[in-house]
Design a protein around this ligand. Structure first.
Ligand SMILES: NC(=O)c1ccc[n+]([C@@H]2O[C@H](COP(=O)([O-])OP(=O)(O)OC[C@H]3O[C@@H](n4cnc5c(N)ncnc54)[C@H](OP(=O)(O)O)[C@@H]3O)[C@@H](O)[C@H]2O)c1
Length: 255
């Protein structure tokens, strides 16, 4: 990989993440296709290389695993890779998140995942890089009870307080916040974007949440009103924006 900018996208083997990878490769970025399944990542990178003529390669990355994130970061370091844009796109919703362990899986993937990956690759991020956390309308603070809405909206909220609160939510079996695990995971992710934006400002690293809207993917289903192209375009705003600490859909601040 050469002088081009480099992006790492988690969960890029299908859905919105794959489309984000496709667009960035088309625009000349070097793209690291994060995928928890090595074979699926390789297949996606190969297909997108063929379709776009761009530079893409797979990185095995399970966002719920400290070991997986550490191994991926080490491999990138060994390859002298520096990252200009991190897109924390991997997420779970629906059937796979219901039943025993569902609350933990949802929070581990959608909230702790972006935090784990961000901290894991932080030394590889260039000053001035962007971090884009893919959120959802279901993460609106309006869906939470007053106590937790206040907690997440508090301008003085720290990372430790946020992490402790989410650990407690998981321990309590996903009850007591007024919203389900998915809604809490995305509301907490938005708060994390704000907290990290403040923490990383000295390095001019911008951190935002972007919402794709309701999109026709495996997750969104075939009745969703938006195409994967529209959803990815909304996410991609975070890659190039000069804003930090906000939540955006289609380039407009929504929270
Ligand atoms: N679609 C919508 O309507 C919608 C609306 C609002 C927000 N979003 C958000 O947009 C993002 C992408 O959604 P999508 O619609 O593209 O979903 P999708 O089609 O279900 O794809 C999800 C992606 O996340 C990956 N993933 C799941 N768990 C992972 C883990 N532990 N480690 C690494 N990757 C993991 C999946 O990999 P595998 O193939 O290995 O499972 C897959 O690549 C998510 O954060 C979602 O919450 C989607």
């Amino acid at each position: 990989m050469g002088l081009a900018k480099t992006a790492l996208i988690t969960g890029a083997n299908r859905g919105i993440g794959q489309q984000v990878a496709r667009v960035l490769a088309t625009q000349g970025w070097d793209v690291l296709v994060g995928s928890r399944d090595r074979k699926k990542g390789d297949a996606t990178a190969a297909r997108l290389r063929k379709d776009t003529g761009g530079r893409l390669r797979a990185v095995e990355l399970d966002v719920t695993s400290d070991a997986s994130v550490a191994t991926a970061a080490q491999k990138l370091r060994d390859g002298a890779i520096r990252i200009d844009a991190l897109v924390n796109n991997a997420g779970v919703y629906g059937a796979t998140t219901r039943g025993p362990g569902g609350v933990e899986r949802t929070l581990e993937t959608n909230f702790f995942g972006p935090l784990r990956v961000t901290l894991g690759v932080l030394p590889l991020l260039r000053d001035g890089a962007t971090i884009t956390n893919v959120t959802s309308g279901l993460g609106s603070l309006d869906n939470l009870d007053a106590t937790h809405r206040r907690l997440l909206a508090d301008p003085a909220l720290t990372r430790d307080t946020l992490v402790d609160a989410i650990r407690e939510f998981v321990r309590d079996g996903g009850t007591g916040w007024g919203a389900d695990a998915y809604g809490v995971s995305k509301a907490a992710l938005d708060a994390l974007s704000r907290v990290l934006a403040r923490e990383l400002a000295p390095r001019q690293i911008r951190v935002n949440s972007t919402c794709p809207g309701w999109v026709r993917t495996d997750m969104g289903g075939r009745n969703a009103p938006r195409s994967v192209e529209q959803g990815a375009a909304s996410v991609l705003f975070g890659v190039t924006t000069t804003e930090t600490g906000g939540v955006f859909r289609d380039g407009k601040r929504i929270r």
